[in-house]
Design a protein around this ligand. Structure first.
Ligand SMILES: *[C@@H]1O[C@H](CO)[C@@H](O)[C@H](O)[C@H]1NC(C)=O
Ligand SMILES: *[C@@H]1O[C@H](CO)[C@@H](O)[C@H](O)[C@H]1NC(C)=O
Ligand SMILES: *[C@@H]1O[C@H](CO)[C@@H](O)[C@H](O)[C@H]1NC(C)=O
Ligand SMILES: *[C@@H]1O[C@H](CO)[C@@H](O)[C@H](O)[C@H]1NC(C)=O
Ligand SMILES: *[C@@H]1O[C@H](CO)[C@@H](O)[C@H](O)[C@H]1NC(C)=O
Ligand SMILES: *[C@@H]1O[C@H](CO)[C@@H](O)[C@H](O)[C@H]1NC(C)=O
Ligand SMILES: *[C@@H]1O[C@H](CO)[C@@H](O)[C@H](O)[C@H]1NC(C)=O
Length: 920
């Protein structure tokens, strides 16, 4: 459907792109609104089920994502809960949904245009298989991205086909069921529409099509006006076929005076269809994994990258002790990590990455790490780090333990690209001597680690092996679910610099980190009370010094308001102020795309130089966006003389803000946001941690589909520069080391696209559901201009099992249940069913979805599985699902509700359905 591509287009856009954009009033018909409605409904159901199973109530205090997360994670958990990851997950899905209108604008199957029904359905089915396979492999981001895309296609069906005009009041379930055929499709020779001379007209579908219930859809021509004889058009100014007879168009994208009824039905069916698709995925992967995919889990993740060469035994012992302490001390709190990731590296090997949610497994794996070989020699540090960055969820804190410089320094640009893409923070514990002599300009140094730490907002900590235990406290500081950054800057040697920052009331456990050797500083609170670096235990907090790290824990009773820190050092230094708070923000640099359905796309690389930068930003607070006022949002240089670029803001509704910065600072910059929390009536300040800079080079590439094991897969890309032309080198890396071929350089002409292709071939043995992260970089020969793109590929086997498990109810014994349900108390009923997967891959799991009884079943190995269900007569409905090995979902449903008598367990209509009924 048309409409707010990425949801968030405000009126600003409408004036620029009059095509296909109708102010849709409250905006219920946007893809994003439908997707959001369906997702929130399914998230609530999953939360309810998880809460029921754990024995606590699921009672959100409001409808904001923040409040949903808070209620979903349960009242039992101690500590702060941040809604940021859920927000980001939703944004990722919406963004990919909107991108279909940019990347596949001319692809009929992606929009069910031009009667491409079979192809459109294959996109949906393939996508659903990929999502299930990805979730099984815990590749949640890949799963979210595909989910956003398939929902777009599914939703478009109801606007672009004549399903609604055929009088259907239910979604077309066959679109998400591989075992059911699409039939009665109008063939290419069958005329379907009459001519509407004067633009869109109602009832343009031919009566015989309606009578014979033939399915058709409008032809769409972005570049051509030709269409088969007698066929309907999509319609609208973006569709050139709409002026070819029969003229007009049947899309129901926007609500117009003449199409209110069909538009509203299309929206309502598209929303229910979205619920059905998401529910199928939820049943296939289970509630817990579904919630993890949606970013609803405790948000702290522990990720270690450890050098395992011979000299590292002390460091490994320390890492082990930190992990064990963390696991034991955070158990049962919101700060308990939800995932542990460990990547060892040595020379010449690195990996594999261990990723687990089981703390005992993490303890076990790290207990088994043994130092071996080598000495103080360069190691494959960056290869290990690359693996960690692609394995860990976005915005993770990653710690690298090493005592040597990196041998694989050629990966440095790839690492920085991945840091920018994932917004993860990388800190290094370096226990070797940093005074090694540089042998040649291409040899790595410890400074490379400092560069990477700075780019990500992490610390490069240099300590002796003996001092290491004193420095690892920063790891448990970040193992918390609601960590925010208030200030982050890098300083230059020489001049005295003073940084001001605002501490608000919501902040707890405020910690300041300074990395520098030999630094003099003074901290001053709003009342003018000060503490200098020489007072380890002063009026404002406790200063701990180890190696080049100063860690200052402010007293719990800190003063809110503007603080100052003045610093002077003869070495470069970094300063970072962090705390725990529910108030935070998420952001992405975006660019606008035009077309019949314009929108905003998240940039995969750096923003373009010489033009305004645009960000899409959401503020996350305790009670959703309405509880906060945003003051200003600026870009600030990371180091050097402070340059602040002010911006103009456009409120996009539901907490999303479009930020435009006309004068982008030169060099690396960060995002800083100031605002006021209405709940505590206090001013706050937050900063991003990942530095960014603009580039004259653009590198564009899109992955159009999933990849099959063993097949060569082509990825077209285009490069352009606004700087000087000439030879640009192309370097691509993927984290799975799959073979790739591509040109090693391209000759560019200023302002012109140069297009080429990269080919990647995953080995035939690659398991289905594998996620590959591919980073491609284009760099001018003098190394001054460069940009990159980070792509994700899902390797998925071709699905051959289309068979859903089948449930056959064998017997129901409910005679004991009294006629009068209020008397149900002491009575029981039971049901027996046979479950089979025909000639499919076999049933892998069976779970109860609805009903208060107990379900038991015989071995899953048998060809016929016998299930037995026993319940109180008060619980009158049972639904359970059987999922096969590729994720096809079969359902058993039975109700003993007698006609005439109301069910004891009122199946309350979900709120969203009621809403739809009122609106349409
Ligand atoms: C959809 O739009 C309506 C009207 O603007 C709004 O009330 C509702 O909250 C939106 N739904 C979601 C889930 O954003
Ligand atoms: C703050 O830190 C202290 C000491 O490390 C810890 O006991 C407390 O739980 C932390 N507070 C929060 C809100 O995490
Ligand atoms: C940017 O905004 C800040 C705070 O509103 C203001 O003090 C400063 O003068 C502005 N700078 C420019 C260049 O407009
Ligand atoms: C090259 O790629 C650009 C951007 O993707 C596209 O606009 C252009 O048409 C392509 N040029 C050729 C010759 O394919
Ligand atoms: C159910 O399965 C059992 C065991 O395979 C079999 O004996 C029985 O006939 C089946 N019943 C039906 C109705 O298919
Ligand atoms: C599996 O069963 C379906 C229908 O029951 C049939 O069409 C298909 O050919 C069978 N496949 C195999 C491999 O036996
Ligand atoms: C469901 O089971 C719980 C505990 O087993 C019980 O307290 C509750 O009343 C039951 N609800 C219904 C509708 O039977």
């Amino acid at each position: 459907m048309s409409v707010l591509g990425v949801a968030l287009l405000g009126l600003a856009l409408l004036s620029r792109t009059a095509v296909a954009f109708v102010p849709v009033g409250p905006g219920t018909s946007s893809h994003v609104n439908m997707t959001a409605t369906a997702l929130l409904q399914q998230v609530s159901e999953a939360c309810q089920a998880v809460a029921d199973a754990a024995g606590y109530g699921f009672q959100p205090t409001g409808s904001s994502p923040e409040e949903l997360v808070q209620a979903c994670l349960g009242p039992t958990a101690i500590g702060m809960v941040s809604g940021a990851k859920f927000h980001s997950a939703l944004q990722e899905i919406y963004t990919q949904n909107g991108l279909i209108d940019r990347d596949f604008i001319d692809s009929d199957p992606h929009h069910f245009n031009s009667e491409a029904f079979l192809e459109g359905r294959s996109l949906i089915l393939e996508g659903m298989a990929a999502i299930k396979a990805n979730v099984r492999n815990e590749n949640f981001q890949a799963a979210r991205e595909t989910l956003g895309r398939v929902l777009h296609t599914l939703q478009d069906f109801y606007s672009h086909s004549n399903w609604v005009e055929l009088g259907n009041s239910e979604p077309y379930i066959n679109l998400i069921r591989p075992d059911l055929p699409l039939d009665n499709l109008a063939d290419v020779n069958t005329p379907t529409c009459r001519d509407c001379e004067k633009g869109p007209c109602t009832n343009s579908i031919l009566p015989e099509i309606l009578e014979k219930k033939k399915l058709t859809s409008g032809y769409m021509g972005v570049f051509f006006s030709a269409k088969p004889q007698g066929k309907c058009s999509h319609g609208g100014p973006g569709d050139l076929t709409s002026t070819t007879v029969p003229r007009g168009g049947i899309n129901k994208d926007e609500r117009r005076l003449d199409n209110v009824a069909v538009h509203n039905t299309a929206v309502s069916l598209a929303t229910i269809a979205s619920v059905q698709l998401i529910e199928d995925i939820r049943f296939a992967v289970g509630d817990k994994n579904f919630l993890r995919m949606m970013g609803i889990a405790r948000s702290s993740v522990v990720c270690f990258v450890i050098d395992t060469t011979g000299s590292m035994s002390d460091d490994i012992a320390e890492a082990r002790s930190v992990v064990n302490k963390l696991i034991d001390s955070k158990k049962g709190t919101q700060d308990e990590p939800s995932e542990y990731i460990l990547v060892p590296f040595n020379d010449p090997d690195f990996g594999p990455a261990t990723r687990t949610s089981d703390p005992d497994k993490m303890k076990d794996v790290i207990a088994k790490l043994q130092p071996r070989g080598g000495g103080d020699i360069p190691e494959m540090c960056l290869s290990g780090l690359q693996l960690a960055l692609t394995t860990a969820p976005s915005s993770s804190y990653i710690y690298v333990f090493t005592d040597a410089i990196a041998k694989d320094i050629e990966l440095k640009d790839t690492i920085i690209a991945l840091i920018r893409r994932t917004k993860s923070t990388v800190s290094f514990f370096m226990t070797g001597s940093s005074r090694r002599r540089r042998r040649s300009p291409t040899t790595a140094t410890f400074n490379d680690y400092k560069d990477m730490a700075l780019a990500s907002g992490g610390q490069a900590i240099e300590v002796s092996k003996k001092q290491l235990p004193g420095a690892t406290g920063i790891i448990s500081d970040t193992a918390t679910s609601a960590l925010v950054t208030v200030l982050q800057r890098a300083g230059n040697p020489g001049a005295q610099e003073t940084f001001t920052f605002v501490l608000d009331e919501s902040l707890q456990n405020i910690t300041i980190y300074i990395t520098a050797s030999g630094i003099i500083f003074t901290l001053i609170n709003p009342a003018g009370v000060s503490q200098s670096n020489t007072e380890a235990n002063g009026k404002l907090g406790i200063i701990q010094t180890v190696g080049n790290l100063r860690r200052i824990r402010l007293n719990a009773a800190h003063q809110s308001g503007p603080w100052k820190i003045s610093m002077k050092s003869d070495q470069p230094y970094t300063v970072k102020v962090t705390g725990q708070s529910i108030i935070t923000f998420i952001y992405n640099f975006v660019e606008m795309f035009e077309g019949p359905h314009p929108g905003y796309a998240v940039l995969s690389g750096r923003p373009k130089a010489g033009q305004p930068a645009t960000l899409l930003l959401s503020v996350v607070g305790k009670k959703g966006p309405s509880s906060m006022t945003v003051g200003d949002i600026s870009l600030v240089t990371v180091s050097g003389p402070e340059v602040v670029s002010n911006s103009s803001l456009t409120d996009m509704g539901s907490g999303d803000i479009l930020v435009t910065v006309d004068a982008v600072p030169d060099g690396e910059f960060l995002v800083i946001l100031r605002g006021k929390d209405k709940v505590s009536n206090s001013y706050f300040q937050r900063q991003s941690t990942t530095s960014m800079s603009v580039s004259k080079v653009t590198l564009q590439s899109v992955v159009a589909s999933s990849v099959r094991p063993g097949d060569a897969f082509e990825i077209p890309f285009s490069v352009r520069t606004q700087g000087s032309g000439g030879l640009y080198s192309i370097v691509a890396k993927n984290d799975k080391d799959f073979p790739m071929s591509y040109p090693s350089s391209l000759s560019l002409t200023t302002g012109k696209y140069t297009n080429d292709t990269l080919t990647i071939t995953p080995p035939a043995s690659t398991p289905s559901g594998t996620d590959v992260t591919l980073t491609m970089e284009a760099k001018s020969s003098d190394g001054v201009d460069s940009n990159y793109v980070v792509l994700r590929l899902s390797v998925v086997k071709k699905i051959t099992d289309f068979v859903q498990p089948i449930c056959k109810v064998v017997s129901v014994l409910a005679d004991d249940c009294p006629q009068d349900v209020s008397q149900c108390g002491p009575f029981q009923w039971e049901l027996a069913a046979n479950l089979t997967d025909g000639n499919g891959t076999g049933i892998e799991s069976i779970s109860l979805q609805q009903g208060n009884g107990t379900l038991s079943f015989t071995s899953l190995e048998a060809a016929v599985i016998q299930a037995n269900y026993n319940a109180s007569c008060c619980s009158q409905i049972v639904e359970f699902t059987a999922v096969d090995k590729v994720g096809n979902v079969g359902k058993c449903y039975h109700s003993i509700v007698r006609s005439g008598s109301p069910p004891a367990l009122t199946l309350s209509l979900p709120l969203w359905l009621c809403l739809l009924m009122i609106l349409y």
